[in-house]
Design a protein around this ligand. Structure first.
Ligand code: FAD
Length: 295
């Protein structure tokens, strides 16, 4: 299919992009890498009157340090840049690892961090990683800038706290956690995950061993209508040393927090089972890194 007719407008600055969105209230869409939007346009799942191309807006680019060990990443940062950036690998290696699993090379060369977050596919890797990292999402619109926690940004299936006239500008990631793990299962490399789990343990300020309640974040993707904090596992892990036994118990605790879909690729029960196994794997990875950081 071909998209319905739309007007195309390219913005050169953030102010211009916001003004263009305001000209067509509720009828304009932002175009970034186009990797999700263009298929949706072609299938006529969305029919905006105006497409506002933000790809030339320099204010939305850049990967810069934030504070002593945090990171600020502009919305237009492409997935491939996240994978390759030495600063991301040093300060947020979980984000680089998550980006490596997004689609194929061609998708990673075009798709942007902001686009992935704004699109909010529940099986997407980057929203889950940012939720686990306690990232802040910086948004701008005609009413000025807003800052949201990743926890409040994702509202449901393809739904976020972004208003139609707002633009996601950047994300800020507080500090590199010493322990992190990432595990997903997809039918083929490059496919969306059937299910995945991201784990973050401790923070540089928290005692490293045993990991305390400050740190544990267990986030599932592909197992609900948005990236989901698997709080049963988080509660079970608070204050305990992670070994194969606690990892298995935490894995067994995630089922009740998941509400996965059933489709032609797998039943809800199968995805729940994957979440259990992947939690265990991601936890053991994170614990090994935590132990390495403490040495
Ligand atoms: P676009 O397609 O340009 O936009 C997506 C949505 O976000 C639109 O609604 C748009 O209006 C909005 N938007 C974009 N940027 C902003 C902004 N700065 N502010 C406000 N709104 C904004 N994704 C995964 O996570 N994992 C995968 O494994 C995966 N596999 C894929 C495989 C294929 C074959 C394809 C085609 C896509 C796949 N994707 C996957 C989806 C895709 O990679 C991401 O969703 C995509 O990168 C989104 O970024 P984009 O820049 O292309 O956004």
């Amino acid at each position: 299919m071909k998209p319905a007719r739309f007007r195309y407008a390219r913005a050169s600055t953030l102010a211009e992009a916001i003004a263009l969105l305001a000209e067509a209230p509720g009828e304009a869409k932002v175009l970034a890498g186009g990797q999700s939007l263009v298929p949706m346009l072609n299938m006529r799942l969305v029919r905006p009157a105006v497409l506002v191309d933000i790809t030339r807006v320099r204010e939305l680019t850049g990967i810069t340090p934030a504070g002593e060990s945090g990171l600020r990443v502009g919305a237009l940062t492409r997935h491939a840049e996240l994978v390759a950036s030495p600063l991301v690998r040093e300060r947020a290696p979980l984000l680089a690892e998550a980006a490596r699993h997004v689609g194929h090379a061609a998708i990673r060369n075009q798709g942007t961090l902001g686009g992935s977050l704004a699109h909010a596919d529940p099986a997407a890797e980057l929203p889950a990683a940012l939720l686990a990292l306690d990232a802040r999402v910086l948004v701008t619109g005609p009413r000025g800038p807003r800052e949201l926690t990743a926890d409040t940004f994702f509202r449901g299936l393809l739904t976020t706290a972004l208003e139609g006239d707002e633009i996601l500008g950047a994300v800020e990631i507080p500090a590199r956690p010493p322990g992190w793990g990432f595990a997903e299962i997809a039918r083929r490399p490059g496919d969306f995950a059937l299910a995945g789990v991201v784990v973050v343990l401790g923070s540089p300020r928290a005692p490293l061993s045993p990991p305390t309640g400050e740190g544990p974040r267990v986030v599932g993707f592909g197992v609900g209508d948005r990236p989901l904090r698997l709080r049963g596992a988080e509660r079970l892990l608070a204050g305990v040393t992670i070994d194969p036994g606690t990892a298995a118990r935490a894995g067994a605790a995630v089922g009740s927090d998941c509400d996965p879909p059933s489709d032609v690729h797998g039943s809800a029960d199968y995805r729940r089972h994957l979440a259990t196994v992947l939690t265990e794997r991601a936890l053991l990875q994170a614990a090994a890194r935590l132990a390495g950081a403490a040495r």
